[in-house]
Design a protein around this ligand. Structure first.
Ligand SMILES: Nc1ncnc2c1ncn2[C@@H]1O[C@H](COP(=O)(O)OP(=O)(O)OP(=O)(O)O)[C@@H](O)[C@H]1O
Ligand SMILES: O=P(O)(O)OC[C@H]1O[C@H](OP(=O)(O)OP(=O)(O)O)[C@H](O)[C@@H]1O
Ligand SMILES: O=C(O)c1cccnc1
Ligand SMILES: [Mg+2]
Length: 557
């Protein structure tokens, strides 16, 4: 499909490469909750500086009533670790703000603190992830590991939610529909808007209207125009220029005059009275076509799609054709999008045949206006002729579920496993440092994710492995994997990023590859089948022994 109103893609600044290790200035050690720093002092004061901790970062339920999540935000977490250093002004601020009794040596300690003793394990960015399987595991000195919590969570939660949301839109739209993110104006602030554009692209959108996101992340930027442009013209007299040079011959033509001629003719062909169509709209379209004759795209719903917008658009497109240009298409932003898109396509087909202009059939129809996953599903059911959806509010605010709910839990300290009990079994943490594996079937589908104690040897291809439900004793299964994928890689160790990080484009491809390994019944929108997450027999027994040791025995009286 032709790309409309697009910036010059050959001007490839490759900002991703240049900015890989540049840092989002907002992401800094003070972007945290106060209690992390007060805990750090209390840990320090109680002599826990040398304690070594393991924290798991994971979510408990998939968003949007789905059964999968896309993990995103890893690169930003790594940049954060790389830049973790309190500045002099941070220290001053903390000294003024925290309890006056805090000893000066603690500030000295903080001033010299970096993430060099931390090891970060993670699953690949863009991978499908499932509840309770840690997506990031942090090992290292307790104080710094604790201080990372809030920032890592804020970097992963929204990124993963957005990537998942956009991947879901991509799934319902199918691969042949163009998806554009139009959400900046409705996003949760400027930083939310930028993140939304970035992670929408990772999740499968084709472009964004957000120009800064285009510049920073090398995402294609695209767009049409607003109703304001159309309504700023009240009639033909508003047109200051009406001429355009022929694309090939360079001879000047009067675009307005030609468009008016075509409009009269079309009014008969399409059986629409010119009386009902807006002159202001025609003038606006002519002027936009003069400005962008090669990529002319027009908003057709300002007054009435059927009686005005379509007629005016087709008249201007035919006039452009006379001058050697091909129009790109229309945007519909209100009304019944199924009906209006079909009407527009029929009109284009009639004109293509009548005037022997085959490309008129292929004009792009963009639809916008409060689109969400359900609207797309419903439009698919009804039948529509939309080529491209422009989606803002529902996408970027994740209106259906505005937070993912990733948590960061201590699972081990000084090689002693820790468990957090809860009345709610689902909320009991999985103690100890663990490894995670994805086991695949012969047909290449992911069967189950298996958590083991790090001391266990990994499952082997062709060997039967007992997979147990972490909490329900009777739920277990033997699995003979055809492939075993260790889910964790070390991404940060000894003070540096220790993997070649993928580009945004590669992460975007990874999302689609990873989703392909997930069975369709896990991905369907209505009542999807839960994907199984299991623990090894050893880990099962370990969890339950520790649970018993830690659960107080009540007394009935
Ligand atoms: N054929 C359709 N099937 C299901 N939903 C649709 C269809 N066409 C449009 N929609 C959705 O219905 C809603 C219509 O919004 P709304 O009630 O604000 O009407 P509108 O067309 O925008 O009206 P107005 O002209 O007053 O702006 C939007 O969320 C839109 O995405
Ligand atoms: O509906 P969303 O999914 O949030 O998509 C973005 C919306 O933003 C624009 O409307 P707006 O009324 O802000 O400006 P306009 O005058 O360009 O229509 C656009 O026309 C879409 O309707
Ligand atoms: O380019 C567009 O059509 C656009 C951009 C942002 C919001 N709504 C529409
Ligand atoms: Mg609107």
């Amino acid at each position: 499909m032709s790309s409309f109103m697009r910036t010059n893609k050959t001007d490839n600044y490759n900002f991703i490469e240049q900015n890989r290790f540049n840092h989002n200035a907002v992401v800094q050690p003070l972007l945290t909750d106060l209690y992390q720093i007060t805990m750090a002092y209390a840990y320090w004061k109680s002599g826990k500086t040398d304690n070594v901790a393991v924290f798991d970062l994971f979510f408990r339920t998939n968003p949007f009533h789905g059964e999968f999540t896309i993990f995103a935000g890893l690169e930003e977490c790594l940049k954060f670790l790389d830049n973790f250093r309190y500045s002099d002004s941070d220290m001053e601020y903390l000294k003024q703000t925290l309890d006056a009794n805090i000893e000066d040596e603690f500030y000295e300690y903080l001033r010299n603190l970096t993430a060099k003793d931390i090891t970060l394990y993670a699953i690949e960015e863009g991978s499908v992830a499932f509840p309770r399987v840690p997506i990031i595991k942090i090992e290292g000195p307790l104080i710094i590991a604790q201080l990372l919590e809030t920032t890592l969570l804020t970097l992963v939660n929204y990124a993963s939610l957005m990537a998942t949301n956009s991947a879901r839109y991509r799934m319902v739209a199918g691969k042949n529909i163009q998806l554009l993110e139009f959400g900046l104006r409705r996003a949760q602030g400027p930083d939310g808007g930028l993140s939304a554009s970035k992670y929408a692209y990772i999740g499968g959108f084709d472009g964004t209207s957000n120009v800064l996101a285009g510049k920073l992340f090398n995402i294609p930027v695209k767009g049409t125009h607003a109703h304001a442009y159309i309504t700023s013209f009240s009639g033909i007299s508003d047109l200051k220029t009406r001429v355009l040079r022929h694309k090939q011959t360079g001879i000047t033509g009067d675009l307005l005059e030609t468009a008016l001629k075509h409009r009269n003719n079309l009014s008969n062909v399409l059986d629409i009275s010119t009386e009902e169509s807006s002159e202001g709209e025609l003038a606006a379209m002519v002027s936009f076509a003069i400005a962008f004759p090669d990529v002319f795209m027009a908003l057709v719903d300002t007054y009435d799609v059927k009686r005005s917008g379509l007629l005016n658009f087709c008249a201007v497109a035919l006039a452009l054709n006379d001058l050697g240009y091909r129009a790109v298409g229309i945007r519909i932003d209100s009304g019944d999008l199924a009906y209006l898109s079909c009407l527009a396509r029929e009109t284009f087909e009639t004109i293509a045949e009548r005037f022997k202009i085959p490309w008129f059939n292929q004009l792009t129809i963009v639809a916008s206006n409060d689109i969400n996953e359900d609207t797309i599903l419903s439009l698919n059911e009804q039948g529509h002729k939309i080529d491209c959806f422009g989606i803002g509010t529902h996408l970027v605010t994740c209106q259906r579920q505005p937070a993912l709910g990733c948590v960061y839990k201590l699972v081990e300290i000084n090689e002693q496993a820790r468990i957090k009990l809860s009345q709610d079994v689902e909320k009991v943490t999985m103690p100890g440092s663990k490894n995670a594996y994805r086991l695949y079937s012969t047909d290449g589908h992911a069967l189950i994710d298996l958590l083991q104690k790090v001391t266990e040897s990994p499952p082997e291809v062709g060997q039967k492995v007992l997979c147990r439900h972490p909490f329900q004793e009777s739920k277990r299964a033997y699995v003979i994997p055809s492939r075993v994928e260790p889910l964790y890689k070390v991404y940060w160790k000894d003070g540096r990023i220790c993997q070649d990080l993928p580009t945004l484009e590669q992460v975007r491809e990874k999302v689609q590859r990873s989703l392909k390994t997930v069975r369709n019944d896990h991905k369907r929108t209505l009542n999807p089948t839960p994907y199984k997450v299991a623990v090894s027999d050893d880990l099962y027994n370990f969890i339950h022994d520790l649970w018993l040791q830690n659960a107080p025995i009540g007394e009935l009286s």
